[in-house]
Design a protein around this ligand. Sequence first.
Ligand SMILES: Nc1ncnc2c1ncn2[C@@H]1O[C@H](COP(=O)(O)OP(=O)(O)OP(=O)(O)O)[C@@H](O)[C@H]1O
Ligand SMILES: Nc1nc(=O)c2ncn([C@H]3C[C@H](O)[C@@H](CO)O3)c2[nH]1
Length: 313
Amino acid sequence: MNLFYRSIICNVVTHCNTHTVCTRYIETLSSSSIQKRKYIWNAHKNKNLIPAIFPRWVTKRSLSLSRSNTPTMDKINKVKRVSIEGNIAVGKSTFARLLQSADQDWEVVLEPIGMWQSIESGSLQTTSNLLDMMYKDPQRWSYTFQTNSCMSRMHTQLQPPPARLLSSEGVPVQIFERSVYSDRYIFALNMFKLGCINSTEWAIYQGWHSFLVEQFGHQVELEGIVYLRAPPQICLERLGRRGRTEEKGVQLDYLETLHTQHEEWLVEKSTQLHFEHLTKVPVLVLDASLEFENNPDVQASFITQVKEFFSRL
Ligand SMILES: Nc1ncnc2c1ncn2[C@@H]1O[C@H](COP(=O)(O)OP(=O)(O)OP(=O)(O)O)[C@@H](O)[C@H]1O
Ligand SMILES: Nc1nc(=O)c2ncn([C@H]3C[C@H](O)[C@@H](CO)O3)c2[nH]1
């Protein structure tokens, strides 16, 4: 199945004009997805839409795959994909940097927050800070924010592993800070529960999220999740110390709702998931309330646990 999806991408690149891209893609979709074909075909007819949707998501990964032969695909498939999940300011980026320096076979991909803070809008070369807009007026901007954050996460998860990982003799791992899954099962769901995303927006979000995750198949699947767990009160203190301007209005109750979402998805497993593989992904829970930043003993213990976890995936 993995090779199946990856061969689609190779076809896309080999025939790089837009018309062929669409035709090839449509030909290779599963025979039961009539509706999906119609959707893509209609998109294809709108000449402005297609270049914006397909090639940007597939280009980077596909360029490397187009030159690839079966041994290279084997190497790509050997790279495991893991996400780091956890509440706001729990220490994911700090932990990710620690992992990056711990092992040459690990490649960390941080959350693209800079993109959300600086969205190019219009021809006047102005930028909008969507993160700020979302925090200031969540009712108005949450759906837009989730659309953008999920697209950027999708893009991130489709990036090919660096050459260093492909030539690794050990256990190469791509580590993503959050994922298309936390986008839906933590943030978007939380915003829906808080009434910041209405039921129509929620239905639309879920529709395209399922569609995209299913179509990209194994390329966006994770082999493991590391959950950094800490009480919301500790996250609030760290958030305050970090002092990111957009987050000034974040209150404890918001962090508590996000904490509940994490617990339901990753510990209690009571969140209703829509992807079979996701229900089976192993989760490593680490006690992130420990002040590990300046404590080499805690750091060493975390790295040992992570290494052991990765080796079992
Ligand atoms: N284990 C820790 N102990 C004490 N302070 C920490 C710890 N981990 C992170 N910090 C501090 O907490 C703040 C938030 O950390 P960081 O930016 O890594 O969080 P994050 O989870 O990546 O946040 P976000 O959810 O916004 O992406 C930083 O100031 C960092 O120095
Ligand atoms: N609403 C909402 N949806 C998301 O998918 C999402 N992902 C991250 N964030 C916020 C948390 C931090 O302030 C900041 C950096 O993580 O961005 C999000 N907010």
